[in-house]
Design a protein around this ligand. Structure first.
Ligand SMILES: Cc1ncc(COP(=O)(O)O)c(C=O)c1O
Length: 286
């Protein structure tokens, strides 16, 4: 591994994996290993799933990339299906490449449609490798430590402590919740706490965003981790399992947020025809 920047932070244990199938990895000598991590928690329905591979192969023979001025109906079809499982009829989504981008995009939409600058998240949440993830120390982020408050029992905060009471809900434009924190340990905050936080945020005009990069695509037994809580998000970030290893991610927003974002000229961008026609990268009809 002389030419690879090994940036995972973990030791490299196997450097000759040449093939994978379902939950197994095979090295060049034919030795088989069980992949207990599903890649990086991506191949939820197994490595090299025949249906996924077939779809990728078929599509790669048709069109693989769309441009600024054209798109394929397959993208709309995928978007409709995503919005259906997300419970966002009339909503909108965007396809990106990594979970980090999906979270970043969602946070930015939240900032565009909300007039309140503060954002709330839990201290142990992980957003991704760049963007807002590296700016969680910014004053706009309120990072609540649900594991270490004065009312904390074995299940974490019960929302009866002075620390919870001190959260300035009136200033919060967005609550970014990761249903099953993945930084170091997988921990699930109690339903009572999440429902109380969400109720307070909504009551004060804030938005709910869920980061489903690791908990989405059926990984917790439901399509999304938030479905284990009685909450309805406005924005959902998806990644990893949504492509089963193929690098695709999605940010989906409810109809209401899409409408508000459109009014802010963010999600709906119109380029005048005189600028788009004939410009570099534009499509020419034959
Ligand atoms: C909860 C969570 N959100 C976002 C990300 C970022 O996803 P990606 O590595 O695809 O950029 C990760 C990655 O591990 C994650 O665990």
């Amino acid at each position: 591994m002389e030419n690879i920047i090994w940036s995972t932070g973990h030791s490299l244990l196997l450097d000759h994996i040449v093939r994978a199938e379902n939950c197994y990895l095979y090295d060049r000598d034919g030795r088989r290993y069980t992949d207990m991590e599903s890649g990086v928690w991506c191949t939820g329905i197994g490595h090299c799933h025949p249906a996924v591979n077939r779809a990728i192969r078929d599509q790669s023979d048709k069109i693989f990339q769309s441009g600024f001025n054209y798109i394929s109906p397959i993208v709309e079809k995928a978007a409709l299906r995503v919005l259906e499982i997300a419970g966002f009829p009339g909503g909108k989504c965007v396809f990106l490449c990594s979970g980090s981008e999906a979270v970043e995009f969602g946070v930015r939409i939240g900032a565009v449609v909300s007039d309140k600058p503060a954002r709330l998240t839990f201290a142990d949440s992980y957003f991704g490798a760049y963007g807002q993830a590296t700016h969680k120390q910014d004053p706009d982020w309120i990072r609540y430590n649900w594991l270490d408050c004065s009312c904390s029992g074995s299940g974490g905060c019960r929302a009866t402590c002075k620390e919870f009471a001190a959260i300035p809900f009136g200033e919060i434009g967005l609550f970014l919740f990761e249903p099953g924190s993945s930084s170091g340990l997988v921990r699930f905050p109690s339903t009572g706490l999440i429902e109380k936080v969400c109720a307070k945020v909504i009551e004060n005009g804030g938005l709910l965003m869920v980061n489903e990069v690791t908990t989405g695509a059926g990984r917790t037994g439901k399509w999304f981790g938030f479905e284990h809580y009685g909450i309805r998000p406005d924005i959902i970030a998806m990644g990893k399992g949504i492509g089963n290893g193929y690098p695709v991610s999605v940010t989906a927003v409810s109809e209401q947020v899409a409408g508000r974002a459109g009014q802010e000229q963010y999600a709906v961008r119109t380029i005048p025809p005189e600028r788009s026609s004939g410009c570099f990268g534009g499509a020419v009809r034959y």
